[in-house]
Design a protein around this ligand. Structure first.
Ligand code: FAD
Length: 285
């Protein structure tokens, strides 16, 4: 199949991109970033945008910045940028540990971090990272700039708080305090496939107990989410196998798993027990 006809726009600065999107969004205009989700769905004619606003030609969107707001990831930063740690802070190692699970290398050289957040597949690794760490989205349009917390950004399967005329120009991630532990565990049928279930755990160890634990789950529900029940089990406890087991059980008891061709809801719930416990164990190793 070939895509349905569309008008291609290639603005070279951000203001022009924002103005063009404002004009074409009401006529089903869409942003084109890495194209690794949009182009296949156009080829299958699942998506038939009348206009594409290519942001790859916009100068300055491919930047990574480190500042008081954390790590700023511009809209055209590719997945592959994270194969090597982008910062000495724990965040750099965390992103490197996760990126290899996203698709295959050629896709990682084109697909973008922000494109994944805009696409909002519930099984996207970067969406899980964004929610678990508490990322902030920077959305720009002709009406100005909005900052949106990750927990509000993701609203359901491939549904976000972005308006049709907004460009996600940057995502900001907290760099994580020195000594923050993290563990990521993903279950998928084959290397490079989307996750059926995955977990990301972070915590600090102070005087032998876990402080500020975050446990995020992805691929399980209609959007990635932190699991409050598991986090309540972990807070202030020693990082021991029995505590991890209890937290994983609490997570499994409180999720509302999706059912699809890959997995029943019961199987996904069972996987939550496994991925949550293994992510916590990895945070200790
Ligand atoms: C075979 C295959 C396997 C894959 N496996 C995985 C996987 O395991 N995990 C995973 O997470 N992903 C996977 N992907 C998807 C890949 O990671 C994509 O790169 C990603 O989902 C979208 O990023 P993109 O830059 O390619 O966005 P595009 O395809 O260009 O756009 C996707 C959507 O987001 C919108 N959009 C993109 N950027 C912006 C922006 N800055 N502002 C506003 N809207 C925007 C577009 O309009 C479009 O609707 C896979 C893809 C393929 C083809």
């Amino acid at each position: 199949m070939k895509p349905a006809p569309f008008v291609y726009h290639a603005p070279t600065d951000l203001n022009a991109a924002i103005a063009t999107l404002a004009q074409v969004a009401p006529a089903d205009g869409r942003v084109l970033a890495g194209g690794q989700s949009l182009v296949p769905s156009m080829a299958f004619r699942l998506a038939r945008p009348a206009h594409l606003v290519d942001i790859n030609t916009v100068i300055g969107l491919d930047r990574l910045t480190l500042g008081p707001d954390g790590l700023g990831i511009g809209a055209c930063v590719r997945h592959a940028a994270f194969h090597r740690p982008v910062t000495d802070a724990p965040l750099g190692a965390l992103l490197s540990a996760v990126v290899g699970h996203i698709a295959h290398y050629p896709i990682r050289t084109r697909g973008t971090f922000c494109g994944s957040l805009a696409h909002a597949d519930p099984a996207s690794e970067w969406c899980l990272v964004a929610v678990t760490l508490g990322a902030t989205m920077v959305a720009q349009s002709v009406r100005g700039t909005r900052l949106v917390a990750a927990a509000e950004h993701f609203q359901g399967i491939m549904t976000t708080a972005l308006e049709p005329d907004e460009i996600l120009t940057q995502a900001r991630l907290p760099v994580l305090a020195p000594g923050t532990r993290f563990g990521f565990y993903e279950f998928s049928r084959r290397a490079g496939d989307y996750a059926i279930a995955m977990a990301l755990a972070t915590f600090r160890l102070e005087q032998g107990v876990m402080v500020a634990p975050h446990l995020g789950l992805g691929g399980v529900e209609d959007r990635p989410r932190r699991n409050a029940a598991a986090e309540a089990v972990l807070e202030g406890r020693a990082p021991e196998a029995a505590v991890f087991h209890q937290a994983a059980e609490a997570a499994a008891a409180t999720v509302e798993p999706l059912e699809d061709l890959q997995s029943s809801a019961d199987y996904r719930r069972d996987l939550v027990r496994v991925v949550a416990r293994r992510a916590l164990e990895r945070a200790l190793s």
